[in-house]
Design a protein around this ligand. Structure first.
Ligand code: GLU
Ligand code: MG
Length: 439
């Protein structure tokens, strides 16, 4: 038998947050870096379950997956004697190389360019991931324990090594609160790199788990009665030449007026944003009050029930905290593309910056404990309670829907319609089981 070929793969992380692409002999890599590989417009309407929803593209048209030379890409170590796989993160472009409107990565790129052009700012971000380690393993139900950690330390150590090798700069790994749940965090990165690293982290984590005959499952929830897995987006703003602008000790919560405006834009559009950042049917089993996810579009200081939270810093006297102060957007999960999440957050923030919106009030305590009148006074709303409700918010909020280029809007509508139809007859537990197979 001949040796398996050394392969490279060009990937796009699509509107479902799933990486898809085409592989080829690694020997052709130099040529392919210019030529890319072929891609098909109708793929934009692929549901997580692998079926293409009814879309306007049909069999027509051609595109390319074009690797971005500035993106790091990553290696996946060969399993069972196979050579390594070299993965490259790509933009979806027209055959002449110009951007295609259905590309999530392009959507984020454009939002970042507008933020830099209009305000001289960029975003520094880190996507914090939770996942369930499924399979035949000895993990118990004891959160944060040394015992559970030790029971899969081989996997966790290998994971951290693989993430470092993939230039993801892992920070911490912990046995999270939910049964068989873990969390892995990484250092913040500027601009698009933050989203590229989120894609890389998910794929490398799944890959290492596979090598240990396990499944790293990034579905937002696997048991409707238990806690979910979020993808919290930690972010701060800085000038394009690297000066932090998030901190101002004279303002409430220590957040500068400019970042306050950015947050105001995010919260104003958050009900519609959910359709993009928490975009699956089961996202709404997680996005409920008292799960420490996000039930309301409110701003909170170190408050884990807030849609946007001001995170803690090491404020030991004498420490300069300007570079540490940052916020966390909690209403997202891994059924969303990190590119769409980053792009949508920036677009919403830009609305706040352009209108010089005032920083939203800080909600103290659990927003679920406030009366309707108190919520209204603070301008706080319950976030959508289902995917159809979130999609209706997206439709209603013409600012948010207006950000989406036509192919993305059409593809998204097609895939979400087919996705909802696929799971409509299933009860929540069966829906969770189905999504778990694909995430
Ligand atoms: N598991 C929670 C979520 O679904 C987050 C818990 C935490 O890390 O604060 O978002
Ligand atoms: Mg966590």
């Amino acid at each position: 038998m001949s040796q398996p070929a050394d392969l490279a793969i060009f990937l796009t992380n699509d509107l479902t947050g799933i990486s898809r692409g085409r592989a080829f002999p690694a020997a052709d890599l130099m040529d392919r870096m210019h030529a890319g590989v072929g891609w098909v417009p109708a793929n934009i309407a692929l549901t997580p379950f692998g079926v293409i929803g009814a879309n306007p593209f049909g069999p027509l048209g051609d595109l390319r997956l074009q690797p971005d030379l500035e993106a790091a890409g990553f290696h996946m170590s060969g399993v069972d004697g196979a050579p390594d796989l070299h993965a490259f993160l790509c933009d979806i472009v027209e055959t002449d190389g110009s951007p295609w409107g259905g590309c999530g990565r392009g959507f984020a790129k454009k939002a970042l360019a507008d933020l830099a052009h209009e305000f001289g700012l960029t975003v520094k971000a880190s996507f914090e991931h939770e996942f369930f380690l499924l399979g035949d393993n000895p993990i118990g139900d004891a959160a944060f324990t040394l015992q559970d950690f030790r029971s899969v330390q081989g996997f966790l150590g290998t994971l951290i090594a693989a993430l470092s090798k993939a230039s993801v700069y892992p920070e911490m790994v912990l046995r999270e609160y939910g049964p068989k749940q873990f969390e892995v965090t990484m250092k913040p990165a500027r601009g698009l790199q933050a989203a590229d690293r989120a894609v890389t982290l998910r794929e490398v984590t799944r890959d290492i788990a596979r090598q240990f005959r396990q499944q790293a499952c990034f579905a937002p929830i696997i048991d409707p009665t238990s806690v979910g897995s979020g993808v919290h987006v930690h972010f701060s703003l800085e000038t394009v030449d690297g000066q932090p602008v998030t901190h101002d000790p004279t303002q409430p919560g220590g957040i500068s007026a400019v970042v306050g405006s950015f947050v105001a834009g995010v919260l104003k559009h958050m009900p519609a944003l959910c359709a993009l950042t928490a975009p699956s049917v089961i996202s709404y089993l997680r996005l409920t009050p008292h799960r420490w996810s996000a039930g309301f579009n409110c701003f909170g200081y170190r408050n884990r029930e807030a849609g946007v939270r001001i995170c803690p810093v090491d404020d030991t006297p004498g420490n300069d905290i300007a570079k540490q102060v940052h916020l966390e957007f909690r209403a997202s999960d891994a059924t969303a593309s990190p590119y769409i999440v980053l792009g949508a957050l920036i677009r919403a923030g830009l609305e706040g910056l352009r209108a010089r919106m005032k920083a939203p009030p800080l909600v103290e305590g659990d927003p679920a404990d406030l009366t309707a009148a108190e919520l209204a006074k603070l301008g706080v709303q319950r976030l959508p309670e289902s995917l159809p409700a979130a999609l209706a918010e997206l439709e209603r909020d013409s600012v948010v829907s207006g950000w989406l280029p036509a192919p993305m809007r059409q593809g998204y509508h097609a895939l979400k319609t087919a996705e909802m139809a696929r799971v409509s007859a299933l009860d929540p537990a069966a829906q969770c089981a189905l999504y778990a197979r694909y995430y």
